[in-house]
Design a protein around this ligand. Structure first.
Ligand code: SAH
Ligand code: SF4
Length: 429
């Protein structure tokens, strides 16, 4: 989400004569695009701002801006405690950026715009994308789900969707610009809803764009994962067999206190339904441990659901209290050591499940999109299967952006190792 917003901001700036510099010490303007989802994310921004302050001490004309969710959440705090910050802009105010830079040059006072909008979806502003094979396309903004632990509905405002037409146009442009993969983005991608149709209609329309080799989307909410979406996924070759399905917790009381709107039984049934529709699907998840009041017995049920589902991978988090959210007001917060202990248990179990799922791939031939050079050596590529598993393999005359058949030979940690199938040998066999 943040990468996509940064690319949008980059697009706005580069269309108006600004250029990226490789040397931050020479920059005229430094913007930090921020995330407020967990305390850790905020801590990182505070320490970055410390560095930018040092740069500004040496070069006082440098404009420093704090953009995005943290700007929304901590605006007064930033303006008071960080006088070297010139501009504070919330996630719905990026169109105001150039005005602000211009007035900042004249006024030399701190400027702020953090109004949230019911309508802003940045229609028709083309992002300036980073290099790579994947183009992020933001299809909707905001969230109306109000999970009690989550700050997003407060920092990014109400849910609103872009038109299918403008998303399709952006997908066409991404193909022209040479991107092999498109990832549709939103806080709740599958509650996408625009006058001309819902998420399944959008997926179908993007899949039909000529030249789109791969489509992914993230993150869907289990509540809105419909059979229609699964049917569209199985209908189109170019929609990846992969779903990120955030569980958060495996106990019904905890799920209720989180306001997640599904039970553990609903979640397990949904996974069964997904695997029936898409037999080769990869499923990953998000898990929060140590939500306020979570007992040891309740926590064990998260492990139970994990054992039933055996996710391919999981992003695991210790609950982090976010001021302004409902759960922050609960009076039964857990000790840090308890959260840490539970986190380690979840990570350990997930490691086993990832290995279990990955071993099923040995001897398979998988179509892998070549994405970058492997950290292992300059002779190897790293790429992903359509089920979202990283594969390391020899380069043998292939290029970044190609989709190539790879025989999986072994599993190491979370990655697979393989060799490119020699097409001529394959045809001769
Ligand atoms: N919209 C997505 C996720 C957005 S945030 C969804 O509904 O699933 C990404 C992940 O961060 C969440 O899935 C959750 O696991 C984690 N997260 C959000 N708020 C958190 C908090 N206060 N403490 C710990 N993890 C949190
Ligand atoms: Fe946050 Fe819940 Fe919305 Fe996801 S669905 S962004 S976790 S409130």
């Amino acid at each position: 989400m943040n990468v996509a917003d940064s690319e949008l901001i980059s697009g706005l700036l580069s269309n108006n004569g600004y250029e990226k510099t490789k040397n931050i010490f020479q920059a005229d303007i430094i913007f930090v695009n921020t995330c407020a989802i967990r305390e850790h994310a905020e801590d990182k921004v505070h320490s970055r701002l410390g560095l930018y302050n040092k740069i500004k001490e040496k070069k006082p004309d440098t404009i420093i801006g704090v953009l995005g969710c943290m700007a929304q959440n901590l605006k007064d705090d930033i303006l008071e405690s960080k006088p070297f910050v010139d501009i504070v802009l919330g996630p719905d105010s990026y169109r105001n950026l150039l005005n602000m830079i211009n007035s900042r040059d004249k006024e030399k006072s701190q400027l702020m715009d953090t109004k949230l909008s019911k309508y802003e979806v940045y229609e028709n502003i083309f992002p300036r994308r980073n290099n790579g094979v994947n183009a992020w396309i933001s299809i909707m903004r905001g969230c109306d789900k109000f999970c009690t632990f989550c700050v997003v509905p407060y920092t990014r405002g109400r849910e609103r969707s872009r038109s299918i037409e403008s998303i399709v146009n952006e997908a066409k442009q991404a193909v022209i610009d040479g991107f092999s993969e498109i990832t549709l983005l939103g806080q709740n991608v599958n509650s996408y809803n625009h006058a001309k149709g819902g998420f399944e209609k959008l997926l179908d329309s993007v899949a039909k764009v000529n030249g789109v080799k791969r489509i992914r989307y993230t993150s869907p909410h289990p509540q809105d994962m419909s059979q229609k979406v699964l049917d569209i996924m199985s209908k189109h070759e170019n929609i990846c067999n992969y779903i990120h399905l955030p569980l958060q917790a495996g106990n019904n009381n905890v799920l209720k206190r989180m306001n997640r709107t599904y039970t553990k039984e609903d979640f397990i049934d949904l996974v069964d339904k997904i695997r029936k529709s898409l037999p080769k699907v990869g499923i990953s998840t998000d898990i929060i441990v140590g939500f306020p009041g979570e007992t040891e017995i309740e926590f064990q049920e998260t492990l139970d659901v994990m054992k039933k589902v055996k996710f391919d991978s999981a992003y695991t988090f210790k609950y982090s209290s976010r001021p302004g959210t409902k759960a922050a007001e609960f009076d039964d917060h857990l000790e840090e050591s308890e959260k840490q202990d539970r986190l380690e248990k979840v990570i350990d179990l997930q490691r086993k499940h990832t290995l279990f799922q990955n071993k099923k791939y040995i001897e398979n031939i998988e179509m892998v999109l070549v994405e970058k050079e492997s950290k292992k050596s300059i002779k190897h590529w790293a790429g992903r299967t359509d089920s979202n598993k990283w594969v390391i393999f020899d380069k043998s005359n292939t290029n970044i952006g190609d989709i190539v058949p790879v025989t999986i030979s072994s599993v190491r940690g979370i990655t697979l190792q393989g060799e490119i199938v020699n097409i001529r040998e394959m045809e001769a066999a």
